[in-house]
Structures are given as C-alpha cells and as structure tokens.
Write a protein that binds this ligand. Structure first.
Ligand code: NAP
Length: 244
C-alpha cells in the first residue's frame, strides 16, 4: 500500500534503539525528512551514518528545560511519533520515588510537552498533522511488577483520546499503538527468561511476540492519510492478547 508520506517532516522520539530506530529507518526509506531524538549520542551518530539526511537531536526527555531548548530549533514538523519510554519493573511494595518520577517524566510528561510544541506549531501554520503515541498492551491489563509502567501506559491511552478530542478541530489526528512484547533491548531486558516468556506467550492467541515490523507498519499507517478518519484509537499489535 502506498502511504504517500514522501516529502513530509517527522519527529521520532526514542530513535536510538528498538522500535523508534526502525520507525526512523522506515520513514527515511519512504522519503520523509526525519528528526531523530534520543538520549545516547553514539546511537544517533550510527543512525545518521545509516540514514544520511536524518537530523539528530540528542536530549534527555526527563529534563523539561533541556527538551524545550532542544525543540525550539527543530523547524516545521507534521508527523510525530512519541515512542521513548523506560520500563522500570519493581514489585508494587518496592516501588521507589525515583522509578516512579522517571517513568512518568519520560513515558507521559514528555509526551505532553513534545506534543504541545508540535501541535501548536501545526495550528499556527494551519497544517493538518498526525501524532502516534507508542503505548502497550500493558495499558489495559495488569502485569506483575509493572504497576508504574502499566500506569504510565494507561494514562497514555487516555491522553491520546483527550488529545484527539481537543486537536481534532485543528485537523490533527492522535492515535496510539499497543504492542505486546517485542524483542528490542527493552523487550530482551524484561522477557528473556523462558519461563516468564512462556507465561506471556500462553496468553497470546497467535502464540508469538510481535516483530518490530508489525509495530512499525501500524505506526506508519496511522501517520499516513490512509487512516484519515481514525483518531483517538488504541490499536492493538498484540496477537490477540487484549481479547482474553
Ligand atoms: P528500547 O529498546 O529501550 O528503546 C527505547 C529508546 O528510547 C532508546 O533509544 C532510548 O535511549 C530512548 N529513550 C529512553 N529514555 C529516554 C529519554 N529520557 N530521553 C530520550 N530518549 C530516551 O525500547 P523499545 O522496546 O523500542 O520501546 C519503544 C516503545 O515501545 C516504548 O514506548 C515502549 O514502552 C513500547 N513498548 C515496547 C514493548 C517491548 O516489548 N519492547 C512492548 C510494548 C510497548 P537510551 O537507550 O539512550 O536511553
């Protein structure tokens, strides 16, 4: 399916590794000018070597002021992928203030901040836009040791809906994708134990984890005009996990 994204300008957060990095590769291949935001400089350097023309932006999204400064010079953007997140897993009774604050700063607060900047610029320019928030199946199901992570993603699903409500009149669509486990660096850190992986696989009707491409394809569809009447949705990319 031709998505017609060539010539557009996109900002992707968490672009250094995993899903975000693959989204940048796919958008770059589709002729999109991409601003790739991430925290580790070396990841961005190698990404720019791989995808010449991609504009790197190195900033820690947990730092509100630094993020504001970094984004002040990015020029017009009409597609945004809020992908950066941390998964700091702790039993509920051992949740620390540090893990709680860092999780909400990166996984939710930065989504508000970056989206405000991008949406305000779109509105000022009178341009339609599309925002995709990378949520998780964990937004809608309880998972052991995931109390804070699940909470950030549950909040992200509702943020997606309210943003869709308020930004719709400005022709800015806002959707989420909700993947199951994907074997990125984050996925490997949390799901490599075969017993733990089996307990999750047993709950997935299709019996497998998602490949990065499954998530990337859904994100590109939601960014494109092919999903032009879809806003406020939370699209499962979960092999059916959420139907159980
Ligand atoms: P990943 O492999 O850990 O990659 C995350 C990327 O985000 C890294 O490049 C990381 O940079 C960057 N990042 C993290 N914190 C940042 C910060 N404070 N400022 C700027 N960049 C930051 O994660 P992933 O698996 O690709 O996950 C991508 C998205 O998918 C996340 O929203 C995640 O919650 C969601 N998701 C993942 C899975 C899964 O199983 N993998 C399942 C469902 C949903 P550094 O490495 O330099 O920190």
């Amino acid at each position: 399916m031709e998505l017609g994204l060539a010539g557009r300008r996109a900002l992707v957060t968490g672009a250094g590794k995993g899903i975000g990095r693959s989204v940048v590769r796919a958008l770059h291949a589709a002729g999109v000018h991409v601003v790739a935001l991430s925290r580790t400089r070396a990841d961005l350097d190698s990404l720019v070597r791989e995808c010449p023309g991609v504009e790197p932006l190195c900033v820690d999204l947990a730092d509100w002021e630094a993020t504001e400064r970094a984004l002040s010079g990015i020029g017009p953007v009409d597609l945004l992928v809020n992908n950066a997140a941390v998964a700091l897993l702790q039993p509920f009774l051992e949740v620390t203030k540090e893990a709680f604050d860092k999780s909400f700063e990166v996984n939710l607060r930065s989504v508000v901040q970056v989206s405000q900047i991008v949406a305000q610029s779109l509105i000022n320019r009178g341009i339609p836009g599309s925002i995709v928030n990378v949520s998780s199946q964990a937004s809608q199901r309880a998972l052991t040791n995931h109390s804070v992570y699940c909470s950030t993603k549950g909040a992200m699903d509702m943020l997606t809906k309210v943003m869709a409500l308020e930004l719709g009149p400005h022709k800015i669509r806002v959707n989420a994708v909700n993947p199951t486990v994907v074997m990125t660096p984050m996925g490997r850190a949390n799901w490599s134990d075969p017993q733990k992986a089996k307990s999750m696989l047993d709950r997935i009707p299709l019996g497998q984890f998602a490949e990065i491409e499954h998530v990337v394809d859904s994100i590109l569809f939601l960014l494109s005009d092919r999903s032009g009447m879809t806003t406020g949705s939370t699209l499962p990319v979960d092999g059916g996990f959420l139907v159980t």
